[in-house]
Design a binder for this molecule. Structure first.
Ligand code: NAD
Ligand code: UDP
Length: 343
């Protein structure tokens, strides 16, 4: 044991990214549920660099320690392995509640668990916020609009969701999550924020999350055919992850308590998107059409007037730039995976 201790002590100390010094009055203790996931880990980075104390709670269903490993051991950072379907007792000033699978294959993998996470999990987090009198931001989704018959989608639109379809566990789960949030806010006089997040992409997306961005980039990089589901005429609007993180923080710090769309209004058909990625990666991939998926929303584009007016926020990163960074990330991941196939 003594030898092991000496060995550990002699190791080069870990260096961390430079964090700002914040005095006690300005430093917040922030809980991020789902903070080891794609979006959550970028939010961790922003708040840590600003000098706040960050506590991540995650059950690692789709998140990974490697997303936040650069902070492990830092005095301002704590990582707790916990499933939010069970209550948690900690002391914080602010809560960003992001824990939930987000990609269709992940949330359809165990639909009952997805519903539990978004209902029981949200109740636990709202209960925690009530006890602490903490401000809480709930990560909702454009999926609350379902397959929309109003385009683009403003927050006032109530949505068009199939309550018993394959996506319902997520769509309805998030709708109940919003309902719970406003019920608590009204009944318990709480400070709540609701972000309706539209399709987001960037580094640290899960390689096998089955979403269109990761699928198309990986297919292009691996010289495989690019698979468009259905006709490819369905549309999506893609925002880069740093824009979303800026929006989440702006919303938390605003005085605005109604739901706010956070997304990039530049809209593409999935056919166009396949060609954009193919050209960016520079391969000769064939683009093929395979069976469409059930209840696939046909059009999606955020109306971001509210975010502009109340948060002074709008996305800054254009698709080409964001995709370039994402392609580089996937290239590195593929290399890493070749060396560590069990990663
Ligand atoms: P992600 O899957 O990368 O991250 C979700 C995180 O939550 C993971 O770390 C996962 O392990 C954790 N988690 C899941 N269930 C949990 C549970 N029961 N207890 C504790 N932790 C749990 O997904 P993401 O893309 O980072 O999404 C983050 C949030 O944003 C989600 O709430 C999602 O619904 C929402 N959102 C994301 C997008 C997008 O395009 N990325 C779009 C709309 C909404
Ligand atoms: N899609 C596709 N090929 C894929 C993965 C997805 O054509 O390999 C389509 C999917 O049918 C949908 C769009 O791309 O119309 C976005 O799908 P994603 O799963 O990324 O997110 P969604 O917005 O549906 O939650």
């Amino acid at each position: 044991l003594q030898e092991r201790i000496i060995h550990l002590e002699s190791r080069i100390p870990k260096t961390y990214p430079d964090v700002k010094f914040l005095n006690y009055m300005n430093r917040k203790r922030v809980l991020i549920t789902g903070g080891a996931g794609f979006v959550g880990s970028h939010l961790v980075d922003k708040l840590m660099l600003e000098g706040h104390e960050v506590i991540v709670v995650d059950n690692f269903f789709t998140g990974r320690k490697s997303n936040v490993e650069h902070w492990i051991g830092h005095e301002n950072f704590e990582l707790i392995h916990h499933d939010i379907v069970n209550p948690i007792f900690i002391e914080v000033d602010e809560i960003y509640h992001l824990a939930s699978p987000a990609s269709p294959p992940h949330y359809m993998h165990n639909p009952v668990k997805t519903i539990k996470t978004n209902t029981l999990g949200t109740i636990n987090i709202l209960g925690l916020a009530r006890r602490l009198k903490a401000k809480v931001l709930i990560a909702s989704t454009s999926e609350v609009y379902g397959d929309p018959d109003i385009h683009p989608q403003p927050e006032t639109y109530w949505g068009h969701v199939n309550p018993i379809g394959p996506r319902a566990c997520y769509d309805e789960g998030k709708r109940v999550s919003e309902t719970l949030t406003y019920a608590y806010a009204k009944q318990e006089n709480m400070h709540v924020r609701v972000a309706r997040i539209f399709n987001t992409y960037g580094p640290r997306m899960h390689m096998n999350d089955g979403r269109v961005v990761s699928n198309f980039i990986l297919q292009a990089l691996k010289d495989e055919v690019i698979t468009v589901y259905g006709t490819g005429d369905q549309t999506r609007s893609f925002q880069y992850v740093s824009d979303l993180v800026e929006g989440l923080v702006a919303l938390m710090r605003s005085n605005y308590s109604q739901p706010v769309n956070l997304g990039n209004p530049v809209e593409h058909t999935i056919n166009e998107f396949a060609t954009i990625i193919k050209n960016l990666v520079g391969g000769n991939n064939k683009i093929i059409h395979v069976n469409g998926v059930e209840d696939d929303p046909q059009r999606r584009r955020p109306d971001i007037t509210r975010a502009k007016v109340h948060l002074n926020w709008e996305p800054k990163v254009i698709l080409d730039v964001g995709l370039q960074k994402t392609v580089e990330y996937f290239r590195r991941e593929l290399k890493r995976f070749r060396f560590n196939p069990r990663d």
